[in-house]
Design a protein around this ligand. Sequence first.
Ligand code: ADP
Ligand code: C5P
Ligand code: MG
Length: 217
Amino acid sequence: MLGRLFSTAPIQSFLHRVSRMMKPQVVFVLGGPGAGKGTQCSRIVECFNYTHLSAGDLLRAERGREGSECGQLIDTFIKDGKIVPVEITISLLRKAMEETIQKDQEKIRFLIDGFPRNEDNLQGWNRDMDGKADVKFVLFFDCNNQTCVNRCLERGRSSGRSDDNRESLEKRIQTYQQSTRPIIDLYEKQGKVRTVDASRSVEEVFADVKSILDKEG
Ligand code: ADP
Ligand code: C5P
Ligand code: MG
């Protein structure tokens, strides 16, 4: 029995084993580019026992990793505001989750920021993670396009990000409206979305976030 559990592919068997003990608990964090997902996730981890994993951050790190086979592809997709094929993103997310749990088996609560962003992301998650992790709810930072663009342009003054410019932002907003909103709507129909008005100040937004997390755990 033990032999069988430990002899399969290391990544596959690890999550499988862990999920038999304590299933990872996931909150998906969604919203337009610049809605404040990263800012609020940083605040959340200060107060609650969550690990923040940003799909965008993981992709940028992989893009910059020496020897990465998909660095060039990621670079092009990010500049074009397009969503990278889920096989890449999910393998980065799984690896990060596994490394976190491997270091500390109590760390099973994750904020997955910027995922799932389209149908391909969602299908990839269901294919790979169904039964292995519980999606508790979706934290949705609702912010109008103009505010999102303004915040990203402001961030672009110092972020060094190749996509915090008007041209990329136009495409990112389009991708958000066409591909991400339908995913949020899908979760909404399942009663799984907790919406926060993200156009207000960081403090005001966080006050609402805090009360949601106090309630939901
Ligand atoms: P996201 O991860 O959703 O793209 P960030 O958290 O990186 O967004 O925020 C985008 C930019 O807007 C950052 O420069 C951040 O400091 C700023 N920002 C975040 N939340 C707010 C807010 N509520 N009001 C004003 N600026 C904000
Ligand atoms: O969330 P963030 O703004 O950091 O994402 C930056 C970019 O990373 C996106 O515009 C997209 O090109 C890419 N990305 C992706 N798939 C995700 C999350 C981010 O392709 N699930
Ligand atoms: Mg972010």
